[in-house]
Ligand binder design. Structure first.
Ligand SMILES: [Zn+2]
Length: 252
């Protein structure tokens, strides 16, 4: 089974609506940390993220968060073949976090709240059927959300992650944590610059990608570049933690 790459609407109304969601903090918090924190997250997720991606993280004594869409298990898509239930088992056993990414990988800005909540529940049940604990963090597919959805997220989620770049420090919306892509033109350089800025402010950097290999897709990351980034983070004094573990380290 193959899924084509989907792109959310780029018309003016959609763009404005997307920008407005970030100004509405459904769950405002003031975050501070004792040391800078980095979270590496994998969306969807392709099998290579559980294989090459986990290997790089574990080599650095780190663990990641896998934002999993149950409907993408075993599905061949633009980022390669999707994960298997065995991947989930192994990731959980080795201390990685399984997060929620809806079951259907829906554009949540374009479906009604009730459908999204059903989608989230369906994903939780499927992931628990694969041996994962109920997810405590969610990532919006395509970063798409709405004020109404942010208001109505199930309370079992300690956080939700978007795709707008920025450091998570000081006044933060826990229903739309900021994150940098580890792909695209200049992507790795921007994350590297964010690490340097975050080190000075003891801030939390979240980065996201999909597949990990020597020949990644347009939405994926080279294993050696991920390795170099984690090395740089350690040099700068970062602790590298899954998203929920990072949030549990907050001082305020
Ligand atoms: Zn996704």
């Amino acid at each position: 089974m193959t899924t084509a790459a989907y792109a959310p609407s780029r018309d003016l109304v959609s763009k404005v609506r997307r920008r407005l969601t970030q100004h509405y903090a459904a769950r405002p918090a003031t975050l501070s940390f004792a040391q800078p924190v980095l979270s590496i997250t994998f969306d969807d997720f392709p099998a290579s993220a559980a294989d090459a991606g986990a290997r790089v993280l574990e080599h650095h004594g780190a663990r990641g968060t896998y934002y999993t869409a149950s409907g993408m298990a075993g599905v061949k898509g633009p980022c390669g073949v999707g994960y298997t239930a065995a991947d989930i088992t192994r990731l959980v056993q080795t201390g990685h976090e399984i997060g929620c990414h809806t079951s259907s990988h829906a554009d949540c800005a374009r479906q009604d709240i009730f459908s999204t909540l059903e989608d989230l529940a369906r994903n939780r049940d499927a992931l628990m059927g694969m041996g994962a604990p109920a997810p405590r963090t969610h990532a919006f597919p395509y970063g798409e959300t709405s004020g109404e959805l942010k208001n109505n997220l199930p309370p079992r989620f300690m956080s939700a992650r978007g795709i707008l770049p920025g450091l998570n420090i000081g006044r933060t919306d826990l229903t739309q944590l900021r994150a940098y892509p580890l792909f695209g033109s200049g992507g790795m350089q921007r994350v590297s610059a964010a690490l340097k800025a975050a080190a000075k402010r003891k801030a939390w950097v979240i980065a996201f990608t999909h597949d990990v290999s020597d020949t990644p897709s347009d939405w994926g990351t080279r294993a050696d570049e991920l390795d170099a980034l984690l090395h740089e983070a350690h040099q700068l004094g970062f602790v590298i933690l899954p998203v929920t573990a990072a949030l549990e380290r907050r001082l305020a």
